[in-house]
Design a protein around this ligand. Structure first.
Ligand code: PGA
Length: 256
């Protein structure tokens, strides 16, 4: 796990955007795994700017989002389809038919989850997966106790996650759905490269447990320790509880 600590979220997002750009420049038909949430908005803004300047094109890129709320129609302003449209898809040259977001309204959701996994496989697997992290250590909506081998399925959200996300629902936790379709931890670990972004003090504990704690289903993000190609982009507050922070900075400054 490579831990890259920046002064602020803007600087960290710019570094993460550069890593996404390098992936697409190396393979025009890259398959990207995408996340939603407050953390990735800056990254998507940078990618849109790069695309606008002609530095990178998403024309041949395919995308698979991590998750969607169960029962949330794509047309709802709180759906992750709406989020992706607003923050990224409407600002880049991606072909909408190559963008995939789990359907939270699928009639047979179990069968749908299997199909979603198959679609990822048929596209050749995810080259680069973008992740945030929940303050409870979740990745995607894989909440604590999720199997580290899990695949796309429905999960019940923790109260903490629903409280954290209530800011997108006018602060009303009762409006935050209880269930979500999410790629599993096994699905995420199949990606060839992973970029995880985390900003702010509220994420510091989860980040420290992810990077320096034991690998445990209690902290789903700790499963990333098993992946050979993970870059973690943090601002100073999110890095504040890392015991080996000075070492990570030293490693980054002296990269071979
Ligand atoms: P956030 O969510 O970016 O809105 O903090 C991250 C996550 O829950 O994975």
């Amino acid at each position: 796990m490579e831990i890259i600590i920046s002064e602020n979220p803007a600087e960290a997002s710019a570094k993460a955007a550069e890593a996404v750009k390098m992936q697409i420049l190396a393979k025009r038909s890259s398959v990207l795994g995408l996340a939603t949430g407050g953390t990735v908005i800056g990254l998507y803004g940078k990618l849109a700017e790069m695309c606008g300047r002609g530095e990178v094109s998403f024309k041949k890129v395919s995308t698979f989002n991590l998750d969607e709320y169960v029962g949330m129609p794509a047309s709802d302003p709180n759906s992750y389809r709406s989020f992706m449209e607003k923050h990224l898809f409407s600002k880049i040259d991606v072909d909408r038919s190559n963008t995939h977001i789990p359907d939270g309204c699928a009639e047979n959701i179990r069968a749908y989850c299997v199909q979603y996994e198959n679609k990822i496989r048929l596209c050749g697997g995810i080259d680069l997966q973008v992740l945030g992290i929940g303050s409870d250590g979740h990745i995607g909506f894989n909440e604590p106790s999720s199997s580290l081998g899990s695949r796309t399925r429905v999960k019940t959200l923790t109260e903490k996650t629903r409280a954290d996300n209530s800011r997108f629902f006018g602060g009303d936790i009762s409006k935050v759905p209880m269930h979500a379709v999410t790629m599993g931890i096994g699905t995420i670990l199949d990606s060839r490269e992973i970029l995880l972004l985390a900003f702010g003090e509220g994420k510091a504990e989860a980040v420290a447990r992810m990077a320096e704690g034991p690998v445990t289903a209690t902290v789903p993000a700790s499963a990333l320790q098993l992946h050979p190609n993970v870059k973690v982009f943090l601002d100073e507050p999110a890095a504040s509880k890392l015991a080996n922070k000075a070492y990570y900075k030293y490693v980054y400054a002296n990269k071979p």
